[in-house]
Design a protein. Structure first.
Length: 57
């Protein structure tokens, strides 16, 4: 019978540090009406019923 030998693993890899290359941040500002329009368009894309859309307004 032949024995199965478990091979040794190599040395552990060092963990990589993730760094962000961009340091800029930005904020998009919407009016309440613009935000509601975006929300409603997303709900239409999800396939929400027309009655449900009417309840959001």
């Amino acid at each position: 019978m032949k024995k199965h030998v478990i091979k040794q693993r190599g040395t552990a890899l060092k963990e990589r540090k993730l760094t962000s290359k961009t340091t800029e941040s930005f904020t998009i500002e919407y009016t309440l009406q613009e935000a509601l329009d975006i929300f409603l368009r997303a709900k239409v894309a999800e396939g929400v019923r027309q009655r449900t859309l009417g309840e959001y307004v």
